[in-house]
Write a protein that binds this ligand. Structure first.
Ligand SMILES: [Zn+2]
Length: 572
C-alpha cells in the first residue's frame, strides 16, 4: 500500500530531524548531565514537527537500549520494547492528547488523576498535549498544580502554535524550544533525497518551488511532493515531474508577466500597466495574489539595489532574475520604498474590498503616479538650484549630486508651495506625495471578514496556506455558504483533519467560529473555483474568437489559435 511521504519519512531520531540543531544540542546536554526538565514546551508554526519531536523525546526518555540497561538518551535505540511501542503510538505510558478537542476541565481532571499512578512499563509517564493553548483556564490551573510539585515519574511535553496564549506561570516551569522554519535550501535538498529514496527524479527547480511554497514546514513540503508525484504519474506508472506543472499545481501566477507589469509602472506607463493587469485578470490571476507577488518583487528589487550580491533568489526563474537585475539598474531606493508603502497599504484595502479588480486598478494608478514623481531630495535640489523640476522619480538620481542635507521639514515645505506645483509638469501628482506619506502610518491589523466562499479562498491566498488553498480551489465544490458554516462536496481525497484546520485558521483571521462540513453525497454543488476560473478564461477566448476581426484573421491563418485576449483600451 502507498504510504504518504510525510508519514513514511517522519523522523524517528533526533538525527533525522532536519534544521533543529539548537534543540538537539540543548537536549543532548541536559540528558547527558542528568538534568532533565519536568516539562517541555515546543512552539513553532504548524507542520514544523512539534508532535514528531515530542514523540522522539518520549522515546529518548523511556528507551532502555538494545540490552535493556540503557539510561534516558537523545539517541533512542529504536529496537527496545519502549521505542517500538512509542513509534507505533501504542505505549500505555505515553499519553497523547489534542487540547483542541479536549478543552473541558473534566478531561484534564482525569489526566491529572492518572498522574499519581506510577508508569506501567516505562521509566516515565509522558503526557504529550498538542495545541496546549486551547486549554481552558481551569485546565491550565489543574496542570499548574501538578507542575508545581511534579511527581518524579511524570514528564509533560506541550506543543503549541501560539505561545502568547500560554500563561506565563506555565511557560516559566517548562524548558522551552522554539522550532525553527527549515531553510529553503535544506528543505529542497531533503525533498530531492526523499525522491531519490522513492526512485523518482525530482528536478532541482521543482524541489525549489515546492520548498518555497512549504515555507519552512517539512510536513507541508512532503505533502506537496506527494501531490506532485500523483499529478505526474502516467498510466504506466512513470513519474515525470515538470516545473511548469508544479507551478500550476501551486497556483503560482507567471511571475514574468508580473515583472513586466512592474516595469511598465516604474516607467510611468500606467495605461499599459492597466491593460497588462487586465490580461492577467482574464487569465484567472487573483488580485490579492498578484498584489502579494508585486510586494515580493518590490522587496527583491530593493535587495538587488542595496546589495547586488543578493540578486540570486531561487523563488524566481533564471530569466526572471535577469529581468530583475535589468530593472534594478534604473531604480532608486526612494522609489522602491514608496512602491512598497503603496502596495502594503493597498493589500490592506484589497482585503476589505468587495471590488477586488477595481481596487487593484486604483492601486496601480497610485503606483504609476508615485513613480512619475521626482524623489523628494531631487525636488529640494531643483528648488535650491532654481532649475526646472526633474521628472520620472523612479530613476536613480545622478550620483554626482548627493542628496542635500536639507531637513525633512524643508522638503515638506517645498512640496506645499505653489511655486513647486507650478514648476513641475506633473503638478497634481505632487499633492499625491502627501497622501502617500500619510499612508505609511501603521494601523492595527483588523480582523478579516468573509462573506462568500471566494472571500474564504482569498484569505487562504493572502495568508499563503498552499495546501489548504489547493484543497479549497481544486477539491471542493460549494454546496452552501453562510458566515460561520460552509458545506462543500469533496471531489478528491481530503485528509480528515482538513476541515478542522480550515476552521481554525478562519476563526483566527475572522474572530468568528466556523464549521466546515464535507457532504460527499450532496446532489447540488457549484463548480470548484478552479473549474469556474477555467470557464471564465474559456469564455474570454470564445468571445475573442467570435470577434469579426479575429475571425477574419483566422481565415487568413487557419492554423492559428487564440491563446490570449487583450480587451481594447477605451477610446478617447
Ligand atoms: Zn529504545
Amino acid at each position: 500500500m502507498y504510504r504518504v511521504l510525510a508519514r513514511k519519512y517522519r523522523p524517528q531520531t533526533f538525527a533525522d530531524l532536519i534544521g533543529q540543531e539548537v534543540l538537539v544540542r540543548t537536549l543532548t546536554n541536559a540528558f547527558a548531565s542528568g538534568r532533565i526538565a519536568h516539562a517541555f514546551l515546543l512552539t513553532g508554526i504548524r507542520g514544523i514537527g512539534k508532535t514528531t519531536t515530542a514523540r522522539i523525546i518520549a522515546r529518548g526518555l523511556n528507551c532502555t537500549g538494545a540490552d535493556g540497561n540503557g539510561e534516558a538518551t537523545t539517541t533512542p535505540c529504536g529496537v527496545c520494547a519502549n521505542c517500538i511501542a512509542i513509534a507505533e503510538d501504542r505505549h500505555v505510558d505515553v499519553i497523547e492528547m489534542d487540547a483542541a478537542s479536549n478543552t473541558g476541565v473534566d478531561n484534564m481532571r482525569d489526566l491529572i488523576d492518572s498522574v499519581r499512578y506510577a508508569p506501567t512499563n516505562a521509566r516515565y509517564k509522558v503526557y504529550i498535549i498538542d495545541e496546549v493553548h486551547m486549554l481552558s483556564k481551569s485546565a491550565f490551573n489543574a496542570i499548574l498544580k501538578t507542575l508545581e510539585e511534579p511527581p518524579p515519574h511524570v514528564k509533560f511535553i506541550f506543543a503549541t502554535t501560539e505561545i502568547r496564549k500560554i500563561p506565563v506561570t506555565i511557560i516559566s516551569r517548562c524548558q522551552r524550544f522554539d522550532l525553527k522554519r527549515v531553510e529553503m535550501d535544506e528543505l529542497s535538498t531533503h525533498l530531492v533525497n526523499v525522491a531519490k529514496r522513492e526512485e523518482i527524479t525530482l528536478p532541482e527547480d521543482c524541489a525549489t518551488l515546492i520548498a518555497a511554497a512549504a515555507e519552512g514546514s517539512v510536513r507541508d513540503s512532503l505533502s506537496l511532493l506527494d501531490r506532485a508525484i500523483a499529478m505526474h504519474t502516467d498510466a504506466a506508472g512513470t513519474v515525470d515531474i515538470k516545473a511548469e506543472s508544479v507551478r500550476d499545481m501551486l497556483g503560482l501566477a507567471d511571475k514574468t508577466q508580473t515583472f513586466r507589469l512592474m516595469e511598465l509602472i516604474f516607467n510611468g506607463k500606467t495605461d499599459e500597466a492597466l491593460t497588462a493587469a487586465q490580461t492577467l485578470h482574464h487569465q484567472g490571476a487573483d488580485s490579492a495574489m498578484l498584489l502579494s507577488d508585486m510586494l515580493d518583487i518590490t522587496h527583491y528589487l530593493t535587495r538587488i539595489v542595496v546589495a547586488p550580491a543578493l540578486s540570486v533568489n531561487l523563488n524566481y526563474s533564471p530569466a526572471e532574475q535577469a529581468l530583475a537585475k535589468d530593472m534594478a539598474a534604473s531604480l532608486s531606493i526612494p522609489a522602491l520604498t514608496r512602491a512598497w508603502q503603496i502596495l502594503t497599504k493597498g493589500a490592506d484595502e484589497l482585503r476589505h474590498s468587495n471590488h477586488a479588480s477595481a481596487t487593484l486598478e486604483m492601486i496601480l494608478v497610485r503606483l504609476g503616479y508615485a513613480s512619475a514623481l521626482p524623489a523628494p531630495a531631487e525636488i529640494v535640489r531643483a528648488l535650491q538650484q532654481g532649475s526646472a523640476m526633474p521628472t520620472g522619480g523612479s530613476t536613480r538620481p545622478p550620483s554626482a549630486g548627493a542628496a542635500p542635507s536639507s531637513s525633512a521639514s524643508a522638503s515638506t515645505h517645498a512640496i506645499g508651495t505653489s511655486s513647486a506645483a507650478q514648476s513641475t509638469p506633473t503638478g497634481s501628482t505632487v499633492m499625491q506625495l502627501g497622501n502617500t506619506a500619510a499612508a505609511t502610518k501603521i494601523e492595527p491589523q483588523p480582523l478579516a471578514e468573509a462573506h462568500s466562499f471566494l472571500d474564504v479562498v482569498q484569505l487562504f491566498e493572502t495568508h499563503r496556506e498552499p495546501i489548504l488553498l489547493s484543497h479549497l480551489m481544486n477539491d471542493m465544490r460549494l454546496v452552501h455558504f453562510a458566515v460561520g458554516r460552509i458545506e462543500v462536496k469533496p471531489t478528491a481525497h481530503i485528509a480528515p483533519d482538513v476541515p478542522a484546520r480550515l476552521a481554525r485558521h478562519l476563526r483566527e483571521w475572522t474572530g468568528e467560529s466556523w464549521n466546515i462540513i464535507l457532504s460527499p453525497h450532496a446532489e447540488q454543488a457549484e463548480p470548484s473555483i478552479r473549474e469556474q476560473r477555467a470557464a471564465i478564461a474559456k469564455q474570454a477566448r470564445d468571445y475573442a474568437t467570435s470577434h469579426p476581426k479575429i475571425q477574419a484573421a483566422l481565415e487568413v491563418f487557419p492554423d492559428a489559435t487564440v491563446i490570449d485576449f487583450i480587451p481594447n483600451k477605451p477610446t478617447n
